[in-house]
Design a protein around this ligand. Structure first.
Ligand code: NAD
Ligand code: DAU
Length: 351
């Protein structure tokens, strides 16, 4: 039986992952540690059944004392580290929090895992760990930087991050690697392409465009809109993480992607057409500084070695996603109005 510390489980991918795990592995105990930053939303988790083997802890991955206490209290077998500052545009405005959360936060988690999982934690030469423990770092394809017009990112592609966000994720990724090499920490790292699906914060391309389009507001397309991303439905990211958690070879990195290269402008037009709005809403704005032009994943390693494959076509996934946002406009309005934050303040000012 696993007891998994899921960090950042109130965010977009983390909350989808909790639903996925409750369904797929109802016997696993899930501890969700989330600081509830602007991107964390407990409303994302309101449909987790009361009967689920699930506990929420409001807290920061940078808080050593708290993280240590969690390891003392629960017999944690795995950490799956989703917690991060995740938005590139914010990292350009304010890099520092990206460094502290994404890098130092990861190191705090690694230190706690080392202390509690090593059979002889005080012996730096001993590399024996408890059975079946693993540290899982949820990384990103952005660590590889800009791909250029041809080719695909493999796990061997040089790391060349271009934004403060991706530089911080790369640092975290390398720290996890270093803990594996130096201390023998059992680990996997996954590097996934752009996710889409339910519960994504409306600062990211698809939910932002959907919300603006529904409300007939301008759709801000950066530069010429011809930047390419490799889109993956969030459910398929979750199933890939589940696969690597159980089957991944110790110390390995796995790329995750769905072979869906699409230019931003195509996605924007698809949304406009699906909602029956006018392309006049498209507003070309100044490009993002340091904007990576193209990402695309070679997923051969995970598909051939571990047998994972995506279940959604982009057509199915985007249709389902558009319907979800149309049916959950209150969720969106609560975010846009800031009401979801007031809920936290009320709830946690009493504790
Ligand atoms: P998100 O911004 O929606 O959620 C991040 C969550 O982390 C939020 O719930 C937030 O409250 C929490 N958090 C932030 N700082 C914290 C801290 N110091 N302590 C505890 N919790 C904290 O992000 P997401 O899109 O769900 O991404 C999750 C992870 O997946 C990130 O590590 C991101 O780098 C990675 N990733 C995302 C994508 C994507 O397309 N969204 C693709 C590949 C990898
Ligand atoms: O590739 C994985 C990464 O995907 C993750 O690591 C990040 O956490 C996640 O945020 C995402 O990064 P991107 O920068 O690719 O996602 P974003 O949704 O911000 O932007 C997608 C593309 O759309 C990008 O080329 C910028 C463009 N864009 C975005 C916004 C918000 C616009 O043209 N206009 C916009 O308003």
């Amino acid at each position: 039986m696993k007891t998994i510390l899921i960090t950042g489980g109130a965010g977009f991918i983390g909350s989808n992952f909790i639903y996925y795990m409750v369904e797929q592995h109802p016997d696993y105990k899930l501890i969700n540690l989330d600081a509830l930053t602007y991107a964390g939303n407990l409303e994302n988790l309101k449909d987790v059944p009361d009967s689920a083997n699930y506990t929420f802890i409001k807290g920061d991955i940078r808080d050593r004392e708290l993280v240590d206490r969690i390891f003392n209290e629960y017999d944690i077998t795995n950490v799956i580290n989703f917690a991060a500052e995740s938005h590139v545009d914010r990292s350009i405005e304010e890099p520092e929090i990206f460094l502290t959360t994404n890098i130092i936060g990861t190191q705090v988690l690694l230190d706690a895992a080392k202390k509690h999982w090593k059979v002889k934690p005080d012996d730096k030469y001993d590399r024996e760990y408890k059975n079946d423990v693993k540290f899982f770092q949820v990384s990103t394809d952005e660590v590889y930087g800009d791909l250029g017009p041809t080719g695909l990112f493999t796990e061997e592609t040089n790391l060349a991050p271009n934004s403060p966000y991706s530089a911080s994720k790369t640092s975290a990724d390398l720290l996890v690697r270093a803990y594996h090499v130096t201390y023998g920490m059992p680990m996997n790292i996954t590097r996934c392409s752009n996710n889409y699906g339910s519960y994504q914060f409306p600062e990211k391309l698809i939910p932002l465009m959907l919300n603006n389009c529904i409300n007939e507001k301008p759709l801000p397309v950066y530069g010429d809109g011809m930047q390419i991303r490799d889109w993956l439905h969030v459910y398929d990211h979750c199933s890939a993480i589940d696969t690597v958690l159980h089957e991944g070879r110790d110390g390995e990195v796995y790329n995750i992607g769905g072979n869906n290269e699409i230019a931003n402008i195509e996605i924007v037009k698809l949304i406009i057409n699906a909602l029956g709005k006018s392309e006049d809403l498209i507003t070309y704005v100044k490009d993002r500084p340091g904007h990576d032009r193209r990402y695309a994943i070679d997923n051969t390693k995970i598909t051939t070695e571990l047998g994972w494959k995506p279940s959604y076509t982009f057509e199915e996934g985007i249709r389902e996603t558009i319907n979800w946002y149309l049916e959950n406009q209150t969720w969106m309005q609560n975010i846009v109005s800031g009401d979801y934050m007031k809920y936290y303040t009320d709830m946690y000012s009493k504790t």
